[in-house]
Design a protein around this ligand. Structure first.
Ligand code: SAH
Length: 233
């Protein structure tokens, strides 16, 4: 069964966005994954179709109403066991490991917040998994949902032209990836490292591993520590 994404949003016209292009777009055309949207506003019941209200306790901004959002979630998840994600800067930061788990399932239901966020009770009552795409604040969950789906779709079976190319990427081995080069051999007086054109595959693998390790040490020591916590003791 193909991977199925359902996105709950106040801006369905933002989808599929960039996912309609390139590898993800072609995979969608081939039916390897699908994306549908639910307009949260369609689940409002008053004549103004209100989806938000002022924060209890006061303060700036508006909060998405729990009753309206719950109806939208219930409509999307009827007889459906797909994980329900809520895009949220307070969520667990997305990792390649979680992306891989999600990609191996049937699909996802993704709720996009807006304004100040959503009423806490709907997060609790519908057991939404809060997911963050990084330590910064967006104006809405839509770009975050597109990002999560991009990361998932590119590793679905058969989506990337060359399935092997995912194997050595950043994070897959707990390291950042080694640098890449391509022709011309010399560009602006800069040479491709000779080892890469030596034809010695053993030496090339070794060089790449060393580069990856060095880069990770310099830029993301936290990744090395996560992979080998004993080194910090
Ligand atoms: N007041 C909230 C921010 C709301 S931003 C706070 O300080 O935590 C509005 C919406 O954008 C959020 O509900 C969420 O859906 C989305 N969003 C913002 N930053 C995000 C991030 N880093 N990751 C995922 N979603 C994010």
């Amino acid at each position: 069964m193909a991977f199925r994404a359902t996105v709950l949003t106040l801006y369905p016209e933002m989808f599929p966005g960039h996912l309609g292009y390139s590898l993800a777009g072609k995979a969608m055309e081939r039916g390897q994954w699908s994306l549908d949207t639910l307009q949260i506003r369609d689940f409002a019941t008053d004549k103004h179709r209100t989806v938000d209200d002022t924060p209890a306790g006061g303060g700036a901004g508006m909060v998405l109403k729990p009753d309206v959002l719950a109806r939208a979630i219930d409509s999307a998840s009827e007889n459906d066991s797909r994980p329900r994600l809520l895009m949220s800067p307070r969520g667990k930061p997305l990792t390649q490991e979680r992306v891989r788990e999600l990609a191996s399932g049937d699909g996802v239901i993704i709720v996009c917040g807006r304004f100040e966020g959503v009423d806490q009770r709907v997060i609790d009552a519908r057991e939404l998994e809060e997911v963050s795409i990084g330590d910064y604040v967006l104006s809405g969950g839509e770009p975050a949902a597109l990002t999560v789906l991009d990361a998932i779709v590119r590793i679905l079976p058969g989506v990337m032209g060359n399935d092997l190319s995912g194997l050595h990427e950043s994070f897959e081995g707990g390291l950042l990836e080694h640098p890449h080069y391509t022709r011309p051999q010399e560009w602006e007086s800069r040479e491709i490292p000779p080892i890469l054109t030596s034809g010695n595959h053993g030496a090339i693998d070794k060089w790449r591993r060393e580069q990856a390790l060095q880069l990770t040490k310099e830029r993301r020591p936290d990744l090395l520590q996560a992979a080998h916590p004993e080194n910090s003791r």
